[in-house]
Write a protein that binds this ligand. Structure first.
Ligand code: FES
Length: 368
């Protein structure tokens, strides 16, 4: 195992604090442990710190230690021992973890690392010039049956060829990472045999019937959700009907991972806020100068398009959202609390006040 050290002082931010959403999550984690055993929450809290900043800074480690009332050295031991913690800045758009363990190695992981070397940086744990991409070799990530594979943030990309990985890296570099299909890249269903069933053949009909029923249930639920999308209030920019029907809020996202179909159907059928709801943020007509909402972490091109359809074009609009409005938008986008977790309002306030420079001053990093 390689030596793991903290990043050099020149890249370490002076301080760290959890944002509001992550503070709430941290408190929830601490409460899960008995009184006097709060230090057991050190790993989840360090993971939250990494999720917020992209990597674990010295200030974050000390902040977590302070929160848990433990000596800095104990938190440092944990952060430097477990390889899941990134101790140096990683790419803001993608950090690619290439599995190099035997099954993936036998199926071509070395070629995948060559792609990373040529497209990102010759050495792992270094970002490309723009600071948007980085890579590392990791041990088995548990998807050996679909080797070779990589993990990017929380998603896996399997059955890879060097060419396909090159395309995926280009997509992330272009800020379109959320559009990349996760899981097997060959059309394989989960980890089923590539050449079709090799056993339980007599069950095929039963499985197919079950899948058909599940697919019908999901489709019915999706149609019900579309029907709920009605005419917007008169003081807002009117979204086009076809845009509503294809908005991410009512369409099954392409990135939904393997899950029981019943669960999928339930999530699609979750109540969707009405466009006429009083909590819908007031929209405006498209101004001459439109802000690049994609600078807000969590907003990609698709989400930006949906926000435009709702009459949301500026950072100032997002910065002014009250709790009820944030909840309406979160529900409309089917984001399950992500607006709070990513603290869109704080991000938008910084961007509205002083653009990217102010964002860097507030968050200690460039917008993703
Ligand atoms: S060996 Fe690569 S995922 Fe297990």
């Amino acid at each position: 195992m390689s030596v793991r050290r903290l990043a050099e002082a020149s890249v370490q931010p002076a301080s760290f604090a959890f944002n509001k959403a992550f503070t709430a999550q941290a408190k929830t984690w601490i409460k899960k442990y008995p009184k006097g055993r709060e230090q057991s929450a050190v790993i989840p809290l360090l993971m939250l710190a990494q999720e917020q900043d992209g990597w674990v800074t010295k200030a974050a480690i000390e902040h977590v230690a302070d929160m848990l009332g433990m000596p800095y050295i104990r938190a440092l031991e944990v952060a430097t021992f477990y390889t899941q913690f990134q101790l140096k800045p990683v790419g803001t758009r993608a950090h690619i973890q290439v599995c190099g363990t035997t099954p993936c190695m036998l199926r071509g992981s070395e070629e995948l690392m060559d792609v990373c070397r040529s497209k990102i940086h010759h050495d792992q744990f270094h970002t490309n010039e723009a600071g948007t991409l980085s890579w590392e070799e990791v041990e088995c990530l548990g998807a050996c049956v679909n080797a070779p594979m990589v993990m990017i943030f929380k998603d896996t990309y399997e059955d890879l060829t060097p060419e396909r990985l090159g395309e995926i890296i280009d997509q992330f570099e272009a800020g379109k990472g959320e559009q990349v299909k996760t899981g097997p890249q060959t059309g394989r269903v989960y980890s089923a045999p590539l050449t079709g069933f090799t056993s339980l053949k007599e069950e095929k009909g039963v499985l197919k019937t079950t899948r058909d029923k599940e697919a019908k249930a999901a489709s019915k639920a999706a149609k019900a959700a579309v029907v709920e999308a009605t005419v917007p209030p008169s003081n807002a920019a009117k979204p086009k009907t076809d845009a509503i029907e294809t908005s991410p809020a009512v369409k099954t996202p392409s990135k939904v991972k393997a899950a029981p179909a019943a669960e999928k159907a339930a999530s699609v059928a979750a109540p969707k806020p009405s466009l006429e709801d009083k909590n819908r943020p007031v929209g405006i007509a498209r101004p001459v100068a439109v802000d690049d909402l994609k600078l807000i972490s969590g907003v990609g091109p698709k989400i930006e398009g949906t926000l435009h359809e709702l009459g949301i074009f500026t950072f100032a609009q997002v910065a002014s959202w009250k709790k009820a409005e944030r909840e309406w938008v979160d529900g409309y986008l089917n984001f399950k609390g992500r607006i709070e977790r990513d603290d869109w309002v704080k991000q938008a306030k910084a961007l509205a006040k002083g653009g990217v420079a102010e964002y860097i001053r507030v968050f200690g990093k460039k917008p993703v």
